[in-house]
Design a protein around this ligand. Structure first.
Ligand code: ATP
Ligand code: MG
Length: 396
């Protein structure tokens, strides 16, 4: 059974002087992800990150596939320093790397054995090992064909001080940067399809997120809040835990409903959300806001509207979905596991108060005029006072 995993990481290998810091972060994140399923040791050995664990390999891989920063994982067999064991192990690794391997001379698969020997007391040199293991594999699968320049499969054999390691396959990871290596941001998390994906995409770039949700109880019920918690939980799977700030938004919405022109309601509501988010972000030392907005999807998502809304904050607003079509966003939501929850039918505070004809090109002066009828500062203070912070942890 596989008990050692060689971790391949892409970009963080390029970070020069920062590399140790990035590696440390990645190691911590891996340890945390694996601690949910059992015991695992994460270390840096011979310039590589290695996980050692006796946990069921499928579980280990499932966990590691949710750690940002990992490009690929090679499950390896740790074996005694014994030639037969190395041959048998290589065969096993090869079979696992090519599921359903049925090699016939008619349809050859090319391969290459890459042996390395740092333990010079081992009786065979690296070229001898290549020959021995390659010969053994060819004996078992005559359809294999050696190709030293461009093989389809590389079977690696490493002879170390105490053990031999054998591996062949690479299981793809999700890439990106380790969460926590790019600072913190506040995600505006609705119960929809888009914002969880936006959160995931910012996490992918190493951003640690906290989430804020604007809740309009009793217009939106406990179920809709539970759905947002579930979405947070699903995102937390990629980072362990996420703080969720639940803002009581009902009073603000009622005031907007009563005092502002109908077509500007969405604009004003968003401006209030951005103001509140900015305050929370500042308190939490977050450096940016993240939203699930996308250009052209709905009325509030024109460039004019975005400008009028964004003017109320001095924070950078990240909109990771800006280049994506709805279909692509849905696919990503399915891939990361949030889609099924997002489409549950509970009301969202925005849909409830939606005007029939929202302004598609609200200008800042209009919005400011409309807000003169609101006690903006008091409303903000009241909502912040009633904000509840929840600590949402991953399921696993
Ligand atoms: P989503 O699918 O994320 O709900 P959407 O396409 O429905 O997005 P809008 O309703 O215009 O778009 O909302 C735009 C963005 O504003 C959302 O992606 C989210 O970041 C934020 N947002 C909207 N409603 C809320 C809410 N109740 N709480 C927190 N953030 C919200
Ligand atoms: Mg929505």
């Amino acid at each position: 059974m596989y008990n050692t995993y060689l971790i391949r990481y892409g970009e963080i290998g390029l970070k020069g002087k920062n590399r140790p810091q990035f590696e440390r972060r990645l190691m911590d994140n891996m340890s945390r992800a694996l601690s949910k399923v059992g015991r695992a040791k994460v270390s840096r050995v011979y310039g590589r990150l290695v996980v050692e664990s006796e946990i069921e390999p499928a579980l280990v891989l499932e966990r590691l596939q949710k750690v940002f920063g990992i490009v690929g994982v090679s499950p390896a067999l740790r074996l005694p320093l014994d030639e037969d064991a190395v041959c048998v192990g290589a065969l096993q690794a090869l079979k696992d790397a090519v599921p359903g391997l049925q090699l016939s001379p008619g349809s050859p698969i090319t391969f290459k054995v890459e042996a390395r020997r740092s333990n010079k007391t081992f009786p065979k040199t690296s070229p001898e090992l290549n020959g021995m293991v390659g010969g053994y594999l060819l004996d078992h699968y005559p359809g294999l064909q050696v190709d030293v320049h461009n093989p389809a499969i590389r079977v690696s054999v490493e002879i170390r001080e105490k053990n031999a390691f054998v591996y062949a396959g690479v299981v793809p990871g999700i890439g990106g940067l380790p969460v926590g290596s790019s600072g913190r941001a506040l995600l505006l998390l609705s119960g929809g399809i888009d914002s969880p994906v936006a959160g995931w995409m910012s996490m992918k770039r190493g951003i640690q997120i906290e989430a804020v949700h604007f809740h309009s109880f009793p217009f939106t019920g406990e179920k809709s809040l539970e759905k947002v918690r579930d979405l947070c939980r699903l995102l937390a799977d990629y980072t362990a835990r996420i703080k969720l700030h639940v803002v009581h938004f009902t009073d603000i919405q009622k005031e907007i409903q009563m005092h502002c022109p109908e077509e500007l309601r969405v604009t004003i509501m968003r401006r209030m959300m951005f103001r509140l988010s900015t305050s929370i972000a500042r308190q939490r030392e977050a450096l940016a806001l993240v939203t699930g907005e996308c250009v052209g999807q709905v009325a509030s998502q024109t460039l004019e509207s975005m400008r009028t809304i964004t003017l109320v904050t001095d924070m950078p607003v990240l909109r990771p979905l800006v280049g994506m079509d709805k279909e692509e966003i849905i696919q990503r939501a399915q891939q990361i596991g949030t889609f099924e929850t997002s489409i549950l039918p509970y009301e969202d505070c925005c849909t409830l108060f939606l005007p029939k004809h929202p302004a598609t090109k609200p200008v800042p002066a209009e919005a400011e005029r409309a807000e003169e009828f609101l006690a903006v500062d008091d409303l903000l203070a009241g909502a912040l006072e009633r904000t509840v912070i929840e600590d949402i942890t991953a399921r696993g």
